[in-house]
Structures are given as C-alpha cells and as structure tokens.
Design a protein around this ligand. Structure first.
Ligand code: NDP
Length: 499
C-alpha cells in the first residue's frame, strides 16, 4: 500500500492516478471494501484517482469512536477550538488555487468558480472560529422568589453530514464548521461523484489539534453508506443537502430514532424582470444565475418571469448572450461554462430538453450535447421561450444549463408566477421602482430574496434556507446554525439566602 497520506500532504495538483485515497475511520486512514474511479467530466481520459468505499463495520466503528471523541472535544477550551477552525480556514484560503484546481477538475465548474468556492469554504471556518468565542447564553429571574435561570446551548453530539457534488467543499464546510464550533463530532459522507475534494478537506482537518476520531470521512454510495448512516441510532443529528426524494427518505429513516434533521433540497427559483428594469443588468443577472456552475446550483435562475413590455428586447439580448458563452474544459482559460457533472446528469438534461419541446416550449438556443477536443459531458446553454408556469420544465428542478422565459402582463402577475411553485429557496426582481422592490421583498414566498442582484450567491454570516419543498428544519449559516447544532438547556438555581 503506498503512503497515501504523504502523497496527499504534498500537493493535490500532482496526484498519482492509480493511488487509492482512503477513508478516515476512528481517526485512522483505512482502505474500504472496494474503490471507485473518479474521472474529470471535462476530459474522461483524466483519471483523478481511486477512492475507497467504506464498509458497514467501518461506519459503526467510526460512529462509536466519534461519541467518545466528542466528549473529549467538549473539554477543550474555547480558544483551543477556535484555533483549530482558524487554521483550517486559513489553510483553505491560502491553498485556494491548488484545491480550486482539484475541485474544478472533478466537478467541472470553471477554475475561477472552483477557486472562489475553496476560498469561501475557508471563510466559513474563519467565521465560525469567531463564533467559538461568541457562545453567550441568557439569564433571567425566575417567577419564583430567589431562583435564577441560566439558559445555555450544548452540543447535540454526533452529527452526520451528507453533502452533494455541486459545491463539494463549500456546502460541506458550511455544515462542518458550525458542527465543530458548537462542540460536536462529525461523520461526513460526501457525494461519490466528487470524493477528491472531500479527501483534501478531511486531510486538512485531521492534521489539527482535535481528538482522534472527532472527524470521520466515510466515502461510499448514498444507498449503502448514506442509508446506514441515517438509520444509525448513534447519530444525534443529520444535516443533508441534495434532492427532495432522497431528503424525504432520510427524514423517514431519521424519525425512527427521533434524530434531529436539517435538509436543503430542490428549488425552482425565479428572477422577475420588470418593465422599468435596467435591461443590460437584467440580462447579466439572468445569464450568470441560469448558467453559472452549468446551472447546477440550488439557487439557479431557472425561471425568468419577464414583463411583456420588455420581453422581446430582453429575450434578444439573453439569447445572444447564451449563444456567445464559451463552453469548454473547466481548467482552460476563457471557459465561461464547464461540462455538467456526469453522464447521468447530461442524459437527464437532454431528456428535459425533449420534454420542454413536447410541452410546446420553443428552444431558442442551446440545449444540445457539444463535442470538444476532450471527451466530456458538454452541453450548450439552453433558453426556452413561450413557456407556461404549469409546464413540467417550470415545475421540476432541472439542475441543468437550461432556463425558461415566462411572459407576464404586470407586476402582480409576475409575483403570482414567482410564488406559484412548491419550492421556495430564492427569488429576485430587477426593477428601478422602490415600491415594487419593497413589495416583492415582503411578499415573495422564498427563504432568500434579492433586488437587482442574482438569485444565486449568498453571504456566510446570515441565514440560508428556503420554504416549501426546498428546506426542512432550522436554517443554515450565520448565527442561525446554532439552532441545529446545539440543544438548549435551561437551569434553575436557588442559591439560598447568604449566611
Ligand atoms: P442526491 O439527493 O441523490 O444526493 C445527495 C447526497 O445524498 C449524496 O451524498 C448522495 O450520495 C446521498 N444519498 C443518496 N441517497 C441516499 C440515501 N438513501 N441515504 C443517505 N444519503 C443518500 O442528489 P444527486 O447528487 O444525485 O443529485 C440529484 C438531484 O438532486 C439533482 O439533479 C438536483 O435536482 C438535486 N440536488 C440539489 C442540490 C441542492 O443544492 N439543492 C444539490 C445536489 C443535488 P451519492 O451521491 O454518493 O449517492
């Protein structure tokens, strides 16, 4: 067995393709029952590495160890915990170029987005390093004479984190950083499509001053490792990001053990473009929101709700912009949109293109598979026109570089269309009217709302989450994360009269 650990510490830009990357089980790097290949979606001849698949026994072992490691972690002082998070964060930020390259290589987003994601992941850790020292409770007088009350937050215990492939480092980090900050142990199952970023982040965390077994990496398929994890009575809380179908399954497994659950799932975000909008701004926001990350964002602008007075001018500019986008290898200079993540995703996307056409939508551009110098999962950005909000392409999450234009006759109709969805993650409006902007901000039924900004792109120090089928359980990020990663204890103290 090669010294994988040494390879990892050296440089992720120079991985040896036939090395097997291991899971972190009870504080030790371990091989699994099998391994999977990880290939670059921009170039299928590029083998990134082999990745171990955890066994059920390894999962149970690491969960047992996590329990005792968590008790040890609680006894660490605040500054010692803070130092750990700070070091992880600063290392991620300083290695954004190297790890961003790895991320873009395995996920397919353009390099600038990959680097930005790693840097953002670092910011989650440095933010929660600060939060380590801001864990201040409440106190109150009791209604009973001579009794005082102290309300404080304690860790929930062992947290299972199940993350998706579309933001392989950032989504995991916005869960892992608060989980550790508030004193929990973490068992992390990343998406099997993007395991290299998970190994890189784990390697950084494992090297810090933490109890052995506090942090575990259990790579493996969702159906086997993921399912066993969510069914385990040793897990106290589950934080999940992914599809609605899997989320519902996780919730029903979790309820058997009354395990706490937080889930971020699908979306069908709308950007409303009003007749007084700055059209160039609206087109820029729509293109970035619809095709950034190849449309594989939970915050993607997949419905463009456009006022009839500016519809034609907006559509002309939008279609011209989509046609002009450079689709190519994620690591090549000039690439504006990389490939989609996998063959499965590409096939689903093409099926949605066929569905849209069969429903009567007009495909104005794109939506087809592209050939490039390297074999990969390339697809051109597609724009559907003349769509109705009740078409399936406007009801279901596509997670594809596809967007639909819906023509409306008024602001009121626009707001009604924006809200006519069973999801509710983000929505945006482009308008110069303060009155409309304010009305929209207050009446859009989404967890995040934007004015003259993209529907995608959120800050790390404020809550993130949605309504309807988009989210379940407490919000993520910012101080709101404390709600999920802690449990409240209310202490009543009667000190008695002084002697
Ligand atoms: P999934 O919901 O299938 O997967 C998300 C995570 O859950 C992955 O780590 C996956 O593991 C894991 N998982 C899958 N099945 C189980 C299970 N039974 N128990 C526990 N964990 C499980 O999403 P996909 O990655 O397959 O993407 C499919 C669709 O989900 C997308 O097209 C999109 O619509 C939506 N999605 C939404 C995201 C968002 O941010 N809102 C993010 C990602 C996806 P593994 O991948 O190894 O099987």
């Amino acid at each position: 067995m090669p010294d994988v650990h040494a390879v990892l510490r050296t440089d992720f830009l120079d991985l040896e393709p036939h090395v097997t990357h291991l899971n972190l089980i009870a504080g030790n790097w371990q091989a699994g029952t099998s391994e999977i290949e990880n290939r670059n979606p921009s170039d299928l001849s590029d083998l990134i590495g082999l990745f171990a698949q955890a066994s059920p026994d390894q999962l149970d072992l690491t969960l047992e160890r996590a329990r005792s490691a968590q008790a040890e972690w609680v006894s660490y002082g605040l500054e010692r915990k803070q130092a750990v998070l700070l070091k992880v964060g600063t290392e991620l930020m300083s290695r954004a170029e190297e790890l961003g390259t790895l991320l873009s290589r395995e996920e397919g987003k353009p390099l600038a987005e990959g680097k930005g994601e790693v840097y953002r992941a670092g910011q989650f850790f440095t933010y929660y390093a600060g939060e380590c020292l801001r864990q201040i409770g409440e106190n109150a007088d009791s209604v009973r004479d001579g009794v005082e009350i102290d309300v404080r937050r304690e860790p929930v215990g062992v947290v299972a984190i199940i993350s998706p492939w579309n933001f392989p480092i950032a989504t995991a980090s916005w869960k892992i950083a608060p989980a550790l900050c508030y004193g929990n142990a973490v068992v992390w199952k990343p998406a099997n499509v993007t395991p290299a970023s998970a190994v890189a982040l784990t390697e950084i965390i494992e090297r810090q001053d933490i109890p052995k077994g506090l942090f575990s990496l259990v790579m493996g398929s969702g159906r086997s490792v993921g399912q066993r994890l969510v069914e385990s009575p040793l897990v106290n809380a589950i934080s999940f990001t992914g599809s609605v179908a899997v989320g519902k399954g996780i919730a029903s497994s979790a309820i058997q053990n009354l395990t706490k659950v937080q889930m971020e799932m699908g979306s069908k975000n709308a950007l409303a473009v009003m007749d007084d909008a700055d059209l160039d701004l609206a087109v820029t926001l729509a293109l970035g929101g619809a095709f950034g990350g190849s449309g594989q964002k939970c915050t993607a602008s997949s419905r463009l709700v456009v006022h009839e007075r500016v519809h034609d001018a907006f559509v002309d500019k939008l279609v011209a912009g989509a046609r002009a986008m450079t689709v190519g290898h994620a690591l090549e200079e000039g690439t504006q949109m990389g490939p989609v993540v996998s063959d499965e995703q590409l096939q689903e996307n093409l099926d949605y293109v066929a569905l849209g056409k069969s429903e009567g939508a007009e495909l104005a551009c794109g939506g087809v598979r592209l050939e490039r110098a390297h074999e990969g999962y390339y697809m051109s950005p597609g724009v559907f026109l003349n769509t109705k909000n009740d078409m399936r392409i406007n009801r279901e999450e596509l997670f594809a570089p596809l967007t639909s234009v819906i023509r409306v006759g008024s602001y009121d109709e626009a707001l009604a269309v924006v809200n006519d969805t069973h999801f509710g993650l983000t929505s945006g409006i482009v308008t110069k009217s303060l009155a409309r902007a304010n009305h929209f901000r207050r009446n859009a039924r989404t967890g995040v709302v934007t004015v003259n900004l993209p529907t995608a792109g959120t800050d790390y120090h404020v809550p993130f989450g949605g309504r309807g089928d988009s989210s379940y359980g407490p919000r993520e990020q910012g101080k709101a994360a404390a709600e999920f990663y802690t449990t409240v204890k209310t202490a009543y103290i009667s000190a008695g009269a002084p002697d």
